[in-house]
Write a new protein. Sequence first.
Length: 259
Amino acid sequence: MAKPPIGGNRTGRKLGQKVKKGKLKASSRRWIERHINDPYVQRAKLEGYRARAAFKLLEIDEKHQILKGAKRIIDLGAAPGSWSQIAAKVTDSTDEDVRVAAIDFLEMAPLPGVKILQLDFLDPDAPRQLIDAVGGTPNLVLSDMAAPTTGHQKTDHLRTMHLCEVAAHFAVEVLAEGGHFLAKTFQGGTEKDLLNMLKQNFRQVLHIKPASSRQESVEMFLLAKGFKGRRDGVANASVDEDGFARDPREFDEADEAEE
Ligand SMILES: C[S@@+](CC[C@H](N)C(=O)[O-])C[C@H]1O[C@@H](n2cnc3c(N)ncnc32)[C@H](O)[C@@H]1O
């Protein structure tokens, strides 16, 4: 487990603070209160991470060791950049020898050792640009992409699931054998076809809810470990690890370890 969140006053700020009623809408006030009282936000400040999201990745890694041995990493939906900060550190990436490529349509402040693309990942040219930027075959593809909220929950959910799906297909196109794929998804939201595709291409597929992911949020992470590699340059679409055609309906729940 990642270290538990700090008590509150090491950043000079106490937990349990209230924001004065004023011109702010009640929902905005509640958001600010939750943010300033969030121990992970305070710990991120203290440890120099750009976002509390850092602890989700660190926590997942502590249990599943996906960062160990990572040589090149692609970070999808990277802004403000806490996952890229971790990625640059574990790969010893430098501006002279870049090993991390990050993409976001939002502007992201520069980070040493990280090639940042300000671009929509759904742009048809994004995959090529990412591969050029990372300078070799990646063995870890991370995606924390979440679609901008529209206020319509179902639409937001479907859009984020679509991003997860496109990211998964990208991962099987680019990963080195033995590599891993980690992506944000939603509780109950992973499509059966996507899970089947991942199970065909990776040795293990898991759903994870890290403690640092807010309990009230439906956010989950999908981790696919141990990429089996491409045969003749093509990822597995419908064959098992022995190369036999496999009916997707044959997959049983035992294939999928849920956490
Ligand atoms: C939760 S934030 C990522 C936080 C990041 N992992 C960190 O540690 O700082 C999700 C990001 O996904 C980005 N995003 C959503 N859809 C995208 C797309 N189609 N292309 C690129 N970035 C996208 C958003 O702009 C947002 O910055």
